[in-house]
Design a binder for this molecule. Structure first.
Ligand code: ACO
Length: 323
């Protein structure tokens, strides 16, 4: 059977780093509050000319270089983003054009912070159905453009960046010892819309709008939803916390990550956390954390990786794969 294997990875950040101390000068907040509640110490913020497409392109190029492929070798580009350069055309066709790719198909996918999990799962389906052989999957965000910089309850939480992987169809034996994506699980529940949303859009206000969040409500649901969908991934593969080598969760908040890992009995040494350096980069957070961990040489071929995310909608999901 066909397995979707990650053959390249990359990430990119805007140049400017904004620390909590810098935010103290513009909003009524303080480093101690932010660190204690979220674990975040700094975030990258896009400047002039740095957009979701430019960051996504940079991450994508690194992933392609590592995979040893050019745009000619790709069949498809899927970009998970909530902060597209334009309402249309998609950021994916923008990146396709920047890469000089004139064949195949490119499209955006919108599932907010779960976007990369949804995009990776979609790419897996295209590869396994034989519709594509090699797909560039990108998570690219400039969340700083959706933030109300006067709202201290949200502006301290988010950051900008992009991460990417090249996903390739390879022959597997249909066993959990295969390399590649072993199991993927997606969920959503639109009844939670008002807990985390953007108060604008082309069809309603004709403005981009700002991110609004009932932080406590999101927190209350996050751990249960994350752990439920991971239990599904464990059941589908007959694996458990013991069989996981790396847990790479969406980086929204260190407290949510710690609580989820604890509830699942995942050893803290296996949990990847970079939210202190990046803030919440929405759909970009998982591919950035994955790329940084792989780049550091810590992930060995054959190891198992559990990815999970939860975000606006609510949307949530998990992907279990073997490196
Ligand atoms: N600095 C200082 N004080 C603040 C700040 C700030 N930046 N923000 C809020 N406060 C104050 C509040 O005004 C409140 O003051 P009050 O008691 O005088 O009214 C107090 O701190 C406590 O506020 P809460 O909102 O109750 O604080 P809480 O402990 O719930 O922490 C937080 C807030 C960090 C947002 C938390 O609820 C959380 O992490 N929620 C999950 C949010 C999240 O992860 N969202 C993203 C996931 S989905 C996605 O990725 C898109």
């Amino acid at each position: 059977m066909i397995r979707s294997v990650i053959t390249g990875f990359g990430h990119a950040f805007p140049k400017r780093v904004v620390t909590n101390q810098e935010l103290e000068k513009t909003v009524d907040t303080n480093d101690a509050w932010i660190v204690q509640r979220t674990g975040i110490k700094q975030r990258h913020i896009a400047g002039e000319g740095e957009t979701s497409a430019s960051l996504g392109e940079a991450a994508g190029r690194k992933a392609m270089e590592r995979a040893g492929v050019t745009a000619d070798d790709l069949d498809m580009i899927i970009v998970a983003t909530t902060t597209p350069d334009n309402t249309f055309p998609s950021t994916a066709v923008n990146i396709q054009n920047r890469l000089g790719m004139k064949h195949g198909a490119a499209f955006d996918l919108q599932a907010v912070c779960s976007g990369f999990i949804f995009a990776l799962t979609s790419a897996d389906m295209y590869l396994r159905s034989g519709q594509a052989k090699r797909i560039l999957v990108i998570g690219a965000e400039t969340m700083s453009k959706l933030i109300d910089w006067e709202d201290r309850t949200t502006c301290v939480l988010f950051g900008d960046g992009a991460g990417a992987v090249v996903l390739e169809a390879q022959e597997g034996r249909g066993l959990t010892s295969d390399r590649g994506i072993l199991s993927a699980h997606l969920r959503s529940d639109g009844s939670h819309k008002d807990k985390l949303f953007v108060d604008g859009g082309p069809s309603t206000t004709q403005t981009v709008g700002h991110l609004r969040m009932q932080g406590r409500e999101v927190f209350k649901h996050a751990v249960g939803m994350i752990t439920d969908v991971i239990e599904d991934a464990f059941a589908a593969t007959q694996m458990d916390a013991e069989s996981i080598d790396w847990f790479i969760p969406h980086q929204a908040n260190k407290r949510i990550i710690d609580a989820s890992a604890k509830k699942l009995n995942i050893d803290p040494s296996k949990v990847v956390i970079n939210v202190d350096q990046t803030g919440n980069t929405s759909a970009a957070s998982i591919p950035i954390a994955l790329s940084q961990t792989a780049e550091s040489g810590r992930i060995e071929e054959g190891q198992t990786i559990l990815l999970e995310a939860m975000g606006g909608g609510f949307t949530w999901g998990a992907v279990l794969l073997r490196w």
